[in-house]
Design a protein around this ligand. Sequence first.
Ligand SMILES: [Zn+2]
Length: 141
Amino acid sequence: MLPLESDLLTLDACRTLVALAYRWHVANPHPLLPPNEPFAPPPRVTDGRGRRHACGSRAVIKLPRWSRTRPIVLHECAHGMAADGHGPLFMTAYLRLLARFLDFDTPSLERSLAEAGIRTGRNPPAASSAYEASRLPVISE
Ligand SMILES: [Zn+2]
């Protein structure tokens, strides 16, 4: 759970935050994240009526009332910026939105995520290095 920012936004404020997040994402491409079409509109934001969970994609973000907080809106934005569920690319997109829009300290956040075993784009799994190492050509005698 994030320690800050539990205040509920109006749906219009959520739309503004989504627009800001996408404008910034377009202006600041990240090498690991798929490029965003510069003229594509941000995802449509709907009120999530009748839904228990919030959800987000590149096309639409659905926000039931309880979910209209800055961290959750940015979480749903990150889903539209990376297509790997809650994987390392998603975490990369989410962390930079948190750093940019909520002033989170990215290095310490990445450290605590790494300690908790949660991967981000900058923390590739140790297993992949082990796999690469295991694939090195060997000389058979
Ligand atoms: Zn999610």
